[in-house]
Write a protein that binds this ligand. Structure first.
Ligand code: KIV
Length: 292
């Protein structure tokens, strides 16, 4: 096989030492936040998916997804709530523990749900400690820029890596709605201040949700921590999608930023109907499915 020169390798979007790559690399030990920082230095892009249960997480781990977020999107995508607001810390702890059990390589990030950190740094530390000790996550995520600075600072000082989340923050749906953030000069400056604030507080990465692509590109240029985009254009360091959206399990109309890579809702529905018809028609079980 022809060896690419390091320069060609880089222009092909790969790092010179691709054995270290977060996706497609040779490493088998669990990924840490230090690996994530090293990827930014190498200029490497990487994928993140949400996961809410052990079995799905094991599929993504085997596929080489390096970072999984046990997002509070579990509220609407797994637990049947309308928004992420009702999700509890008990629920996030249980789901995060399952995802940790189902994986051996991915860095697992547990989301702090609404109401578990807004009171202040001490409440945030108490909540994050549960996710780290009881569920075994390698990092936590919380929403908010400047307003969450002191929470992030105490968690990081206490040894808990923090992924921040700015732009559209779904836990604030009741004040913010689900609208693009950072449009217009003033809003863009606020988003930049928020992104810098979480970096200054010690966050190892920041999610940028539903912000104009040009602004996300600028934030990515300015920060030394990786940006993870969802609805933030192609120039962030990483991309995240909610797994039920990207695999076509979520019902209804998808936001424009979702790319659907499969149609699991049809696959599962068709399989359920085929099983039901076999049972009703008496063609399942057959002899090969029976014991004698
Ligand atoms: O909860 C979640 O899944 C998230 C992602 C959309 C980033 O916060």
């Amino acid at each position: 096989m022809t060896q690419l020169s390091p320069a060609l390798n880089q222009s092909a979007g790969r790092s010179p030492d691709s054995s270290k790559a977060l996706y497609g690399g040779k490493g088998t030990r669990r990924i840490t936040v230090r690996d994530i920082s090293a990827a930014k230095e190498r200029g490497e892009k990487w994928p993140m998916l949400t996961a809410y249960d052990a079995m799905t997480a094991s599929v993504f781990d085997e596929a080489g997804i390096p970072v999984m977020l046990v997002g509070d999107s579990a509220g609407n995508c797994h637990l049947g709530y309308e928004t992420t607001v009702p999700v509890t810390l008990d629920e996030m702890t249980m789901l995060s523990a399952a995802v940790v059990r189902g994986t051996s390589r991915a860095l697992i990030v547990g989301d702090l749900p609404f109401g578990s950190y807004q009171e202040g740094p001490v409440q945030a530390l108490r909540s994050a400690t549960r996710l780290v000790k009881e569920a075994g996550v390698g990092a936590v995520k919380l929403e908010g820029g400047e307003r969450s600075h002191s929470q992030i600072e105490l968690l990081v000082e206490s040894g808990i890596p923090v992924m921040a989340h700015v732009g559209l923050t779904p836990q604030s749906v009741n004040t913010m709605g689900y609208r693009v953030q950072g449009r217009g000069e003033e809003a863009a400056q606020q988003l930049l201040r928020d992104a810098k604030a979480v970096q200054d507080a010690g966050a190892f990465a920041v999610v940028l949700e539903l912000v104009p692509a040009e602004l996300a590109a600028e934030v990515t240029r300015v920060l030394h921590i990786p940006t993870i985009g969802i609805g933030a254009g192609p120039d962030t360091d990483a991309q995240v999608l909610v797994w039920t959206d990207m695999l076509g399990l979520t019902a209804g109309k998808m936001p424009r930023f979702v790319k659907q890579y499969a149609d699991l809702r049809s696959v599962m529905g068709d399989a359920a109907k085929a099983f039901a018809e076999d049972v009703v028609g008496g063609t399942f079980p057959e002899n090969e499915h029976s014991v004698h």
